[in-house]
Design a protein around this ligand. Structure first.
Ligand code: NAP
Length: 218
Protein backbone atom coordinates (compact mmCIF):
# COMPACT_ATOMS: atom_id res chain seq x y z
CA UNK A 1 0.00 0.00 0.00
CA UNK A 2 1.25 3.50 -0.84
CA UNK A 3 1.09 5.76 2.20
CA UNK A 4 -0.55 9.09 1.54
CA UNK A 5 -0.44 12.47 3.26
CA UNK A 6 -4.00 13.38 4.14
CA UNK A 7 -5.28 16.60 5.71
CA UNK A 8 -8.79 16.97 7.06
CA UNK A 9 -10.12 20.54 7.04
CA UNK A 10 -12.63 20.67 9.90
CA UNK A 11 -11.15 17.40 11.17
CA UNK A 12 -12.26 17.88 14.78
CA UNK A 13 -15.94 17.00 14.10
CA UNK A 14 -17.34 13.45 14.03
CA UNK A 15 -16.95 12.91 10.29
CA UNK A 16 -13.43 14.32 9.98
CA UNK A 17 -12.26 12.55 13.11
CA UNK A 18 -13.70 9.25 11.91
CA UNK A 19 -11.97 9.55 8.54
CA UNK A 20 -8.74 10.56 10.31
CA UNK A 21 -8.90 7.40 12.45
CA UNK A 22 -9.59 5.08 9.54
CA UNK A 23 -6.80 6.56 7.39
CA UNK A 24 -4.33 6.65 10.28
CA UNK A 25 -5.12 3.01 11.00
CA UNK A 26 -3.87 1.99 7.55
CA UNK A 27 -0.56 3.85 7.95
CA UNK A 28 -1.17 7.16 6.21
CA UNK A 29 0.13 10.47 7.54
CA UNK A 30 -2.97 12.30 8.75
CA UNK A 31 -3.15 15.97 9.67
CA UNK A 32 -6.24 17.08 11.59
CA UNK A 33 -7.08 20.65 10.66
CA UNK A 34 -9.02 23.11 12.78
CA UNK A 35 -9.47 26.84 13.33
CA UNK A 36 -7.86 26.27 16.72
CA UNK A 37 -4.51 24.64 17.54
CA UNK A 38 -5.97 23.53 20.87
CA UNK A 39 -8.97 21.70 19.38
CA UNK A 40 -6.70 20.09 16.81
CA UNK A 41 -4.43 18.82 19.61
CA UNK A 42 -7.45 17.38 21.45
CA UNK A 43 -8.53 15.56 18.29
CA UNK A 44 -5.01 14.19 17.77
CA UNK A 45 -5.10 12.87 21.35
CA UNK A 46 -8.38 11.05 20.58
CA UNK A 47 -6.78 9.34 17.58
CA UNK A 48 -3.64 8.46 19.57
CA UNK A 49 -5.76 6.98 22.36
CA UNK A 50 -7.06 4.41 19.88
CA UNK A 51 -3.98 4.16 17.66
CA UNK A 52 -0.85 4.96 19.69
CA UNK A 53 1.48 4.37 16.71
CA UNK A 54 -0.52 6.59 14.35
CA UNK A 55 1.31 9.11 12.18
CA UNK A 56 -1.12 11.86 13.11
CA UNK A 57 -0.62 15.59 13.57
CA UNK A 58 -2.85 18.57 14.12
CA UNK A 59 -2.93 22.31 13.65
CA UNK A 60 -4.56 25.03 11.62
CA UNK A 61 -6.46 24.06 8.49
CA UNK A 62 -4.05 26.02 6.29
CA UNK A 63 -1.03 24.15 7.66
CA UNK A 64 -2.69 20.81 6.89
CA UNK A 65 -3.57 21.89 3.37
CA UNK A 66 0.05 22.91 2.87
CA UNK A 67 1.53 19.63 4.13
CA UNK A 68 -0.84 17.11 2.55
CA UNK A 69 -1.50 15.75 -0.93
CA UNK A 70 -5.18 14.96 -0.27
CA UNK A 71 -7.30 17.62 1.41
CA UNK A 72 -10.59 16.30 2.79
CA UNK A 73 -13.22 18.94 3.58
CA UNK A 74 -15.52 18.15 6.52
CA UNK A 75 -16.80 21.53 7.72
CA UNK A 76 -20.52 22.35 8.19
CA UNK A 77 -22.13 23.36 4.90
CA UNK A 78 -22.62 26.98 5.94
CA UNK A 79 -18.85 27.26 6.49
CA UNK A 80 -17.91 25.57 3.20
CA UNK A 81 -17.68 28.65 0.96
CA UNK A 82 -15.61 30.90 3.23
CA UNK A 83 -13.34 28.09 4.43
CA UNK A 84 -12.35 27.10 0.89
CA UNK A 85 -11.98 30.72 -0.21
CA UNK A 86 -9.38 31.17 2.51
CA UNK A 87 -7.43 28.07 1.42
CA UNK A 88 -7.34 28.61 -2.36
CA UNK A 89 -3.71 29.61 -2.56
CA UNK A 90 -2.36 26.89 -0.29
CA UNK A 91 -4.45 24.14 -1.95
CA UNK A 92 -3.35 25.10 -5.48
CA UNK A 93 -3.52 22.05 -7.75
CA UNK A 94 -3.91 19.42 -5.01
CA UNK A 95 -6.66 16.82 -4.69
CA UNK A 96 -9.65 18.04 -2.66
CA UNK A 97 -12.13 15.46 -1.41
CA UNK A 98 -15.37 17.22 -0.58
CA UNK A 99 -17.55 15.37 1.96
CA UNK A 100 -19.88 18.29 2.73
CA UNK A 101 -23.66 17.92 2.46
CA UNK A 102 -25.52 21.22 2.00
CA UNK A 103 -28.38 20.81 4.45
CA UNK A 104 -30.13 22.17 7.49
CA UNK A 105 -32.29 20.74 10.26
CA UNK A 106 -35.76 22.12 10.88
CA UNK A 107 -38.71 20.82 12.92
CA UNK A 108 -39.35 18.05 10.35
CA UNK A 109 -35.74 16.88 10.35
CA UNK A 110 -32.92 17.20 7.79
CA UNK A 111 -33.50 19.11 4.54
CA UNK A 112 -31.26 19.60 1.51
CA UNK A 113 -30.17 23.16 0.73
CA UNK A 114 -29.78 24.11 -2.93
CA UNK A 115 -26.60 25.98 -3.79
CA UNK A 116 -26.28 28.23 -6.86
CA UNK A 117 -23.43 26.06 -8.18
CA UNK A 118 -25.59 22.90 -7.90
CA UNK A 119 -23.67 21.15 -5.09
CA UNK A 120 -20.99 21.69 -2.46
CA UNK A 121 -18.41 19.94 -4.64
CA UNK A 122 -19.29 22.12 -7.65
CA UNK A 123 -18.98 25.15 -5.39
CA UNK A 124 -15.52 23.87 -4.38
CA UNK A 125 -14.62 23.54 -8.06
CA UNK A 126 -15.64 27.13 -8.76
CA UNK A 127 -13.71 28.42 -5.72
CA UNK A 128 -10.61 26.26 -6.37
CA UNK A 129 -10.33 26.20 -10.18
CA UNK A 130 -6.84 24.67 -10.17
CA UNK A 131 -7.59 21.89 -7.67
CA UNK A 132 -8.74 18.40 -8.60
CA UNK A 133 -12.06 18.28 -6.79
CA UNK A 134 -13.47 14.86 -5.99
CA UNK A 135 -16.70 14.19 -4.10
CA UNK A 136 -17.39 11.18 -1.88
CA UNK A 137 -17.62 9.55 1.58
CA UNK A 138 -21.00 11.25 2.34
CA UNK A 139 -22.69 7.95 3.15
CA UNK A 140 -20.24 6.83 5.85
CA UNK A 141 -21.47 7.89 9.28
CA UNK A 142 -18.94 9.73 11.46
CA UNK A 143 -19.72 7.83 14.66
CA UNK A 144 -19.41 4.47 12.86
CA UNK A 145 -16.11 5.53 11.29
CA UNK A 146 -14.74 6.19 14.77
CA UNK A 147 -15.42 2.59 15.86
CA UNK A 148 -12.17 1.59 14.27
CA UNK A 149 -12.32 -2.09 15.16
CA UNK A 150 -15.78 -2.50 13.68
CA UNK A 151 -15.84 -3.29 9.95
CA UNK A 152 -18.06 -0.85 8.07
CA UNK A 153 -20.48 -2.16 5.52
CA UNK A 154 -21.35 -0.26 2.40
CA UNK A 155 -20.19 1.42 -0.74
CA UNK A 156 -18.57 4.79 -1.20
CA UNK A 157 -19.53 6.33 -4.50
CA UNK A 158 -16.85 8.69 -5.72
CA UNK A 159 -17.35 11.28 -8.47
CA UNK A 160 -14.99 13.71 -10.15
CA UNK A 161 -13.79 14.93 -13.51
CA UNK A 162 -10.05 14.28 -13.06
CA UNK A 163 -9.82 10.53 -13.57
CA UNK A 164 -6.30 9.88 -12.15
CA UNK A 165 -7.25 11.73 -8.94
CA UNK A 166 -10.56 9.88 -8.72
CA UNK A 167 -8.66 6.58 -9.01
CA UNK A 168 -6.35 7.63 -6.14
CA UNK A 169 -9.36 8.51 -3.97
CA UNK A 170 -11.02 5.18 -4.83
CA UNK A 171 -7.80 3.48 -3.64
CA UNK A 172 -8.14 5.35 -0.32
CA UNK A 173 -11.75 4.18 -0.01
CA UNK A 174 -10.66 0.57 -0.36
CA UNK A 175 -8.31 0.96 2.61
CA UNK A 176 -11.38 1.05 4.86
CA UNK A 177 -12.15 -2.54 5.79
CA UNK A 178 -15.13 -4.05 3.93
CA UNK A 179 -15.98 -0.76 2.24
CA UNK A 180 -16.09 -0.79 -1.54
CA UNK A 181 -15.37 2.19 -3.77
CA UNK A 182 -17.50 2.76 -6.85
CA UNK A 183 -16.88 5.25 -9.65
CA UNK A 184 -20.05 7.36 -9.95
CA UNK A 185 -18.97 9.45 -12.94
CA UNK A 186 -18.25 13.16 -13.22
CA UNK A 187 -18.39 15.94 -10.63
CA UNK A 188 -21.82 17.07 -11.89
CA UNK A 189 -23.19 13.93 -10.20
CA UNK A 190 -22.05 15.19 -6.78
CA UNK A 191 -25.48 16.77 -6.26
CA UNK A 192 -27.11 13.33 -6.23
CA UNK A 193 -24.61 11.97 -3.68
CA UNK A 194 -25.06 14.99 -1.43
CA UNK A 195 -28.86 15.03 -1.63
CA UNK A 196 -29.20 11.30 -1.10
CA UNK A 197 -27.41 11.73 2.23
CA UNK A 198 -30.43 13.68 3.45
CA UNK A 199 -32.68 10.74 2.53
CA UNK A 200 -30.29 8.41 4.35
CA UNK A 201 -30.48 10.60 7.46
CA UNK A 202 -34.29 10.39 7.32
CA UNK A 203 -34.09 6.58 7.11
CA UNK A 204 -31.66 6.54 10.01
CA UNK A 205 -34.04 8.67 12.08
CA UNK A 206 -36.97 6.36 11.39
CA UNK A 207 -35.05 3.11 12.03
CA UNK A 208 -32.79 4.58 14.75
CA UNK A 209 -29.79 3.34 12.77
CA UNK A 210 -26.49 4.47 11.23
CA UNK A 211 -27.12 2.79 7.89
CA UNK A 212 -24.98 3.21 4.81
CA UNK A 213 -25.53 2.52 1.12
CA UNK A 214 -24.93 -0.64 -0.89
CA UNK A 215 -25.28 -0.85 -4.67
CA UNK A 216 -26.20 -4.36 -5.76
CA UNK A 217 -25.51 -6.19 -9.00
CA UNK A 218 -21.92 -5.01 -9.46
N1 NAP B 1 -21.35 13.58 10.81
C1 NAP B 1 -21.56 12.69 9.87
O1 NAP B 1 -21.82 11.49 10.14
C2 NAP B 1 -21.47 13.08 8.41
C3 NAP B 1 -21.67 12.10 7.44
C4 NAP B 1 -21.52 12.46 6.10
C5 NAP B 1 -21.20 13.77 5.75
N2 NAP B 1 -21.04 14.70 6.73
C6 NAP B 1 -20.70 16.06 6.32
O2 NAP B 1 -19.40 16.31 6.78
C7 NAP B 1 -19.28 17.64 7.27
C8 NAP B 1 -18.80 17.57 8.71
O3 NAP B 1 -19.76 16.92 9.51
P1 NAP B 1 -19.57 16.93 11.10
O4 NAP B 1 -20.79 16.32 11.66
O5 NAP B 1 -18.23 16.36 11.43
O6 NAP B 1 -19.57 18.51 11.32
P2 NAP B 1 -19.36 19.47 12.57
O7 NAP B 1 -18.98 18.68 13.74
O8 NAP B 1 -20.55 20.35 12.68
O9 NAP B 1 -18.15 20.37 12.04
C9 NAP B 1 -16.88 19.85 11.78
C10 NAP B 1 -15.83 20.87 12.18
O10 NAP B 1 -15.93 22.02 11.33
C11 NAP B 1 -15.37 23.14 12.03
N3 NAP B 1 -16.25 24.30 11.88
C12 NAP B 1 -17.44 24.53 12.50
N4 NAP B 1 -17.94 25.73 12.15
C13 NAP B 1 -17.03 26.28 11.31
C14 NAP B 1 -16.96 27.52 10.63
N5 NAP B 1 -17.93 28.44 10.72
N6 NAP B 1 -15.87 27.77 9.84
C15 NAP B 1 -14.88 26.83 9.72
N7 NAP B 1 -14.89 25.65 10.36
C16 NAP B 1 -15.95 25.39 11.14
C17 NAP B 1 -15.26 22.75 13.50
O11 NAP B 1 -13.87 22.55 13.76
P3 NAP B 1 -12.99 23.64 14.56
O12 NAP B 1 -13.91 24.35 15.51
O13 NAP B 1 -12.01 22.75 15.25
O14 NAP B 1 -12.40 24.52 13.52
C18 NAP B 1 -15.98 21.42 13.58
O15 NAP B 1 -15.43 20.54 14.53
C19 NAP B 1 -20.66 18.29 7.13
O16 NAP B 1 -20.68 19.10 5.99
C20 NAP B 1 -21.60 17.11 6.97
O17 NAP B 1 -22.68 17.41 6.11
C21 NAP B 1 -21.16 14.38 8.05
Amino acid sequence: MVESRIAIVGGTGPEGLGLAMRFAKTGNMVFIGSRSEERAAEAVAKVKAKLPEADVFGGLNSEGAERADFIFVTVPSDAHHDTLLGLEEVIGEKIVVDVVVPMLFDKDGPKAVTLDEGSAALQAHSLLPKAKVISGFHHLDGSELQKIDKPLQGDVIVVGDHKPSKKKVLDLVEQIEYVRGLDGGGLANSRYLEEFTVQLLQINRIYKAHAGVRITGI
